[in-house]
Design a protein around this ligand. Sequence first.
Ligand code: FES
Length: 98
Amino acid sequence: MANIKLFGTTDSFDIKNGDILYNALDDQGLKLPHGCLSGSCGACSIEVIQGSQNLTPPSAIEADTISAVRQERGFQGKEIRLSCRARVNGDIVIKKLS
Ligand code: FES
């Protein structure tokens, strides 16, 4: 079991270990922007505030997309992940990007 907390809110919920973050949020009615759902567009990006070690490591494709998102949207220095690719294996605190 893993807990997801939305930074700056009281929203928090438990999911099964190994769930894809995007799907877990969608199951809770939290719709993130999305496009490809395969790690190449960056639309589903979120910021990880705590617990990044509890997400599966990014693949090479995800890492390339994260790099592009950081540069294009000015998110240098932030822990960015693609919610459609990251699997959750422990507690995390995340923040939606605008
Ligand atoms: S929806 Fe395209 S990278 Fe996640």
